[in-house]
Write a protein that binds this ligand. Structure first.
Ligand SMILES: Cc1ncc(COP(=O)(O)O)c(C=O)c1O
Length: 464
């Protein structure tokens, strides 16, 4: 091959594989700035996205939010996405305002997080963990729990490694694991058998330990746990966690325990990292300031774990986004420092439980069974009894999805209430498990919940 003078453009191997070569003529500018035409070899589609973002079906959030915007019933009561319908508590908002006035709070944070926030988290979680947490070595701050989990996968997953995920799952786990090159092994939680006919408890969604044990191979590197669980609202029982933890110790599997709803539990709540030193040695616990302080847009999260795990999560986080937003870390540090003084943690739990009970009154009224959550702010409702009109004009991207997407669309368009179709949190093979259910987020003002109930009374005429 001639040198650069041959005007041959050498393309990346990934592009070479995609399309047959073809030639184009185009002007090339040399240093003299004199254009001349030459024949360049161009292969493949320069706009072809990487596999990790290509070919994804339209995500549920876009479908539901677009439908909500297009609904003839406005303003919509949006109980779909889990964002709060009210502001963070005053002492946290004021802390953020104060932080914005401080020069050092407006500049880069250290990559592992602001020392004040790491200390506040270590102090707040030390009593829960039953041992003194080292803020410098055992806590790292991330850009929301989500980026924290991406950092954890990037830190430990090599292409081909297996990661066990329970179904239903929080959808971001999937792309995060895939971006790291991991292979997901799914284990469905079994729904309550009576779920379509009677009210049940989120506790009745069960894990078949034999299935989990069978799924562990020598390629299994990590398992993702979520308690309190989104969307089920299950708080894993201590015995379940002990069995999972012991299995992970036996197989040397890292546990990523997503505990972002850790302040919202209505039954006793156990953290898997506290069950034995061996389990703690393998566990990364994930937290979210957005969920704790009603500030999902602030994008502050953290991981707590042993130094030998945390240091690699921090290393990945440094490469992904360098550091996380500074003034809001400071505000959350103050939030943790002052929360007890304001009795915030007790109040947040009581308020959310009251919202849950207030809203669920409508299902009792309509005689539609729901799965009573043990934690978090989502409720799953079974709408098998709702008969959708046979000739209802669902758009093709909804008509082609399971029945829960149609239920969701119908509620948005006819009643002006948005909820999430939970099949999105399952693989295609297991989606049938929840195709009659919808997920409602109750983290909204009471007046909004009352309005939702009013509108949902419109379902009566479709119930058989
Ligand atoms: C189970 C679960 N994990 C993690 C997250 C993400 O938390 P963050 O907003 O802090 O990234 C969510 C958000 O909805 C969630 O439901």
């Amino acid at each position: 091959m001639k040198s650069v003078c041959s005007n041959t453009i050498i393309l990346r191997p990934s592009l070479l594989l995609t399309r047959p070569a073809y030639t184009v003529s185009r002007p090339v500018f040399l240093s003299s700035k004199r254009p001349f035409t030459h024949t360049a070899m161009v292969r493949g589609d320069p706009y072809k996205p990487a596999a990790r973002v290509a070919g994804q079906k339209q995500d549920v959030w876009t479908i539901v939010n677009e439908a909500a915007a297009a609904s003839p019933v406005q303003p919509i009561v949006n109980m779909g996405q889990g964002f709060f319908g009210y502001n963070p508590p005053g002492f946290v908002v004021n802390a953020a305002k104060g932080a914005l006035d401080r020069v050092e709070c407006n500049q880069y944070s250290p990559t592992k997080g602001r020392p004040r926030l790491k200390k506040a988290i270590a102090d707040a979680y030390t009593p829960f963990f039953g041992r003194t947490l080292d803020p410098e070595k055992e806590v790292t701050i991330t850009t929301g729990a989500n980026e924290g989990m991406l950092s954890a996968f990037m830190a430990f997953i090599e292409p081909g490694d297996e990661v066990i995920v329970f179904e239903p799952f929080f959808d971001q786990y999937i792309s995060n694991i895939q971006m790291a090159g991991g292979k997901i092994v799914y284990i469905p939680l079994d729904p309550p058998a009576r779920g379509a006919t009677e009210n049940t408890s989120a506790a009745e969604w069960t894990l078949d330990m034999a299935k989990l044990e069978a799924a562990m191979t020598d390629k299994t590197r990590m398992i993702v746990l979520n308690t309190p669980h989104n969307p089920i609202g299950k708080v894993f029982h201590k015995d379940e966690l002990r069995a999972i933890g012991d299995l992970c110790v036996k197989n040397k599997v890292i546990i990523l325990s997503d505990e972002v709803y850790d302040r919202l539990y209505y039954v006793p709540f156990t953290r898997i990292a506290t069950l034995s030193p061996e389990i703690a040695d393998l566990t990364l616990t994930v937290g979210s300031g957005g969920k704790n302080f009603y500030a999902t847009g602030w994008r502050v999260g953290w991981l707590i774990g042993p130094e030998h795990l945390i240091k690699y999560v921090s290393a990945a986080h440094t490469r992904i986004c360098y550091s996380s937003v500074s003034p809001l870390q400071e505000a959350m540090a103050i939030g943790f420092e002052e929360a007890d003084k304001h009795n915030f943690w007790d109040e947040t739990k009581q308020e959310m439980k009251a919202k849950m009970d207030l809203f669920n009154g409508i299902w009792k009224e309509l005689d539609l069974p729901f799965s009573d959550p043990e934690g978090g702010y989502f409720v799953l409702v079974n709408l098998a009894k709702v008969k959708l009109p046979a000739d209802y004009p669902f758009p093709p991207h909804v008509a082609s999805r399971p029945r829960d997407f149609k239920l969701s669309w119908f509620l948005i368009m006819e009643l002006g209430v948005a909820a999430i179709p939970p099949t999105e949190f399952f693989t295609d093979d297991n989606a049938h498990i929840v195709e009659d259910w919808l997920r409602f987020a109750v983290c909204k003002e009471d007046s909004v919940l009352e309005e939702a109930k009013n509108r949902l009374r419109g379902l009566k005429k479709f119930i058989q």
